[in-house]
Design a protein around this ligand. Sequence first.
Ligand code: ATP
Length: 235
Amino acid sequence: MLVVDGLEVRYGDARAIRDVSIEVPDHAITSILGSNGAGKSTLLRAIAGHLSSSGGRIVFDGEDITGLPPYLIAERGIAVVPEGRRMFSHLTVEENLLVGASARRSQSGKRKRLGEMYDLFPRLSERKQQQAGTLSGGEQQMVAIARAMMLNPKLVLFDEPSLGLAPIVTDLVFETISTLGQEGLTMLLVEQNASLALATASRGYVLEQGRVVVEGDAATLQASPAVREAYLGMG
Ligand code: ATP
C-alpha cells in the first residue's frame, strides 16, 4: 500500500500541490481526477521520485521513500506509464521493452518476462521488430504499459493514458488496465476523462488547485454533485 501524507511540491515559489494525502490500497485501482493544472501529474512525478517535495511523506509498504531517487523507487516496485508514452522512437518495440527491465535481472529472466508481455499484448508480439515511433498511438500506449510491466511492479502509476487517443483506442487501453486490475495489480491512475476513470477505479480523489477536494469510492464520487457538474458534464 502507498500512503501519501500531507505532501507539498513547489515549482520555485509556486505550490503546485499542498497538503495532499491519499491512500492507494493493494490490489485495487485508485484514480486521481482533476482539470488541467490541478496538480495530478505533479503528484505522480513526486511519487516516482522525479520531483522533490517540500513537505509531507510518501510511504510505500511501510517504508518512507520520500526523497529517494527514481531508480531506487523503481527498485521498490513502483513503475510509471508516463504521459505522452515517451517511446525511444528509433528503437524497436522489443528494445523499448527491454529498457524497462531491471538491470539486475538475468538475461533469461528478461526474456521470460518479455514472453509474458507478448502473451499479454499479442499485437506487440507481431510488431516486436518495428520501430516504436512508427506505431499507432494506441500501440505506443501498449508499449508504454508493457515496458512498465517489465519491472514486475507492485504498483503502476498511469499518467493520462487516454491522452491523444481516439475513443475506441482509449476503450481498448482501459480494457487492458481493467484486466491488469482483475489480475490483482495495484494501480494509481491519473486521468482527465472522469467517467472512464470512475468506471475503472474502485476509489478516487479529486484534485483542485493542488488540494484534495473530494475523496471516496467510485460510486460516491460518481454521485457527488461537485464531480457530476465539474467533471462529468452533468448538473
Ligand atoms: P494536466 O492535466 O494539464 O497535465 P495536471 O493536473 O497534471 O494538469 P500539473 O501538470 O501537475 O497539473 O501542474 C500543476 C501546476 O503546476 C500547474 O499550475 C502548472 O502550470 C504548474 N507546473 C507544472 N510543471 C511545472 C514546471 N516544470 N514549472 C513550473 N510550474 C509547473
